[in-house]
Design a protein around this ligand. Structure first.
Ligand code: ATP
Length: 308
């Protein structure tokens, strides 16, 4: 018995590691086109997390060195706070998340997590500290239960269900033909973009990382579900004092952030709370009033047309 159980345990742990590396690969793919040149320095130590402060100091970066996307960027994301990055399409919002994840290294300047240059600590320890909910989460050809459990391979069935409830996907899963045993992915049942996003959130809840990134993470949800999910995410973030970074187009999803950073052409145009930025009457205030008009647009347009 002893002789048999040893190799089986060994296989079990190899299997778990394989699953874990699939999860990491998935996260990498979500952050797109990973640069294989990113390697640990010979003396790299694991990242030591304290409050979870993220800092860009004079960062210049371009996917091609002759075309900088971020230009001498300086910004601080305080530990334990909810921070939003907004700005016109293509200004480099997702790039900031990719650099924090160390999918690429900066060309100039440095990025610090709790005071440590991310090039001096092990890549693995940085990525382990980060959880991402991307715009589009690829699913594995496996059951719903396993797709959620990728967040934490040690989680029990009860923990998987609890995470699904917190991500507002539990009731939907119960409607699937085999509940949590339903196969999804390319060879399984097709599920909607909004369902995928909620699965990604439940994975993140199970992973429970100190740093959370949301890249247009609720864009496929209807307004009602989005508000319910966001308020739940907010309560988790507050309760656990996690650092979170939201990249968003729709300002209604982030206006309650502790800090809003407005990016324009790779630099910070302005930053502050919603109230401060609205008072400033700059780019944010302009975006806000345009979106508010659009948000209430249908009714208003209807009224105007009737009046005409
Ligand atoms: P959006 O709001 O549209 O999602 P964003 O502000 O998040 O945009 P990024 O995704 O950071 O913008 O991209 C910034 C710029 O870098 C864009 O011009 C984009 O085309 C370019 N870019 C992004 N990824 C790559 C890549 N892997 N290789 C080359 N260029 C890229």
């Amino acid at each position: 018995v002893f002789q048999l159980s040893l190799p089986l345990n060994f296989l079990g742990s190899v299997y778990r590691e394989l699953r874990q590396s699939l999860l990491d690969m998935e996260t990498l793919f979500n952050l797109q086109k990973v640069n294989v040149a990113i390697k640990d320095k010979p003396d790299a130590k694991p990242l030591v997390l304290r409050a979870g402060e993220l800092k860009f100091e004079n960062v210049t970066f371009g996917y091609r060195p002759d075309r900088p996307i971020l230009k001498n960027l300086n910004l601080t994301i305080p530990g334990g706070k909810k921070v939003a990055i907004v700005g016109p399409s293509g200004c480099g919002k997702s790039t900031i998340l990719r650099l924090l994840f160390r999918s690429y290294d900066v060309q100039e300047g440095r990025i610090l997590i709790d005071g440590q240059d991310i090039r001096d600590v092990s890549v693995e320890s940085v990525r382990r500290a980060i959880g991402v909910v991307p715009q589009d989460t690829p699913l594995f050809n496996d059951t719903i239960e396993h797709n959620i459990r990728y967040g934490n391979m040690e989680a029990s069935h009860e923990q998987v269900v609890e995470a699904a409830k917190r991500a507002h996907i539990h009731e939907t899963v119960n409607l699937f033909p085999d509940g949590y045993g339903t196969m999804v992915g390319e060879r399984g049942m097709m599920i909607s973009g909004g369902e995928k996003q909620r699965l990604a959130v439940s994975r993140l809840i199970l992973k429970d990382p100190p740093l959370l990134f949301f890249d247009e993470a609720t864009s496929a949800l209807d307004t009602h579900t989005e508000q319910a999910l966001l308020s739940h995410i907010n309560s988790i973030l507050k309760e656990k004092k996690r650092t979170s970074v939201f990249v968003a187009h729709r300002l209604r999803t982030i206006y309650d952030s502790d800090l809003i950073i407005v990016l324009k052409a790779g630099s910070v145009a302005e930053s502050g709370t919603h109230e401060q930025l609205v008072d400033r009457a700059g780019l944010y205030s302009e975006l806000w009033s345009t979106q508010e008009t659009m948000f209430n647009g249908d009714d208003e347009k209807a009224v105007i047309q009737v009046e005409k």
